[in-house]
Design a protein around this ligand. Sequence first.
Ligand code: AMP
Ligand code: MG
Length: 398
Amino acid sequence: MLNVLNREDAVALIREKTVHLTPGIEKVNIRNACGRVLACDIVSPEDVPSFDRTTVDGYAVNAADTFGAGASIPAQLEIAGEILMGESADLNLKRGRCAKISTGGMLPEGANAAVMVEHTDSAEGLCLIYKSVAPYENITRKGDDISKGETALKKGTLIKPSQTGVLAALGITEVQVYKNPKVAVISTGDEIVTGSPKPGQIRDVNTFLLSAALREYGCEVIEYGVVADKKDEIETALKECLETADAVIISGGSSAGARDMTVDIIDTLGKAYFHGIAMKPGKPTIFGIVNDKPVFGLPGHPLAAYFVFRLVVTEYLRGIMNLPEDRPVYNSTLALNIPSNHGREEFLCVKLNENNEIVPLHTKSGIISVLSEANGFIRIPRNAEGLNKGTVMGIYNL
Ligand code: AMP
Ligand code: MG
């Protein structure tokens, strides 16, 4: 019999038992930082940009000199010179004068705005301005993007290309990141094979699916491979993995049938804290600790294994690396009614239709293709009485 917990309680227990297992810290060059998790806040050492810059090609002006200018009565300013790109603007603009400037050029002293070249005419050292500008119009001010002393990136941020760009803008070339947690993946099942399946056999999906998912969360993966449903073989595999891994995932055999041995093995070598989560898919899920390392037993159905990874195993990773809370990435409305789910928290792969409404994708839990078709998933709370078309739901990234 499974002793089933709510997912929130299961996650709280996992966090409690693993939060002290924070990986060590190492320094990496920002070129290699993508996919790693920041181990400290990044406080900006400087203002970005470091000087007031124009966002248009045209003329740097004192905005007051353009007030009242229009298509029929242009303001007339003397062109004092040109600001060259990449050079400091050592011009001091007097009232009634302007300077030619290109996008990104440094605003000279005395100027506080820029006029787009499209709204000007120039001849013989004079510039006619047909449209007035407000102070700081068409300007990015010093520190507007990131100001000195500001926390530009938070500890626990998973570094992606965009964060790499922020680090580059700040002149930071090396960052402290968590060492990759080493997670071993074992696939179990007499019918699971790595090569070509004979009749009755099936290909191993979970090793690859779970390994790829782990790498996305900054983990190093030890792919143990496929093990038969034999107690001593699974036990040997688990022991071997625990020698080098920080955590182990065993897929398959997590239920309570005659061929399901994972829970006993975990309980023999260490302690199984729970067996079963009230979630769909993913009910037969095990969490235990062996040698102060977490061991997760995941259902063999690839879709179920993936959801348990995404909603349960990642909570261990969030805890040890301070990753932010799992939040929906956007909201939309249901395109149709969804019936009640009778007491289990349910996760559904969904697509957006042409009106950006949510359409659940129908699945049997053994089917893998819906995962790749889906735009994301929705979460139906445990006690939802069925949901009506038009209900606003959060969509989570898969
Ligand atoms: P189990 O959780 O061991 O009862 O497996 C549930 C279902 O998932 C069975 O149909 C298995 O054949 C399938 N399954 C288990 N492990 C894998 C795997 N590594 N790759 C693909 N399918 C699997
Ligand atoms: Mg099995």
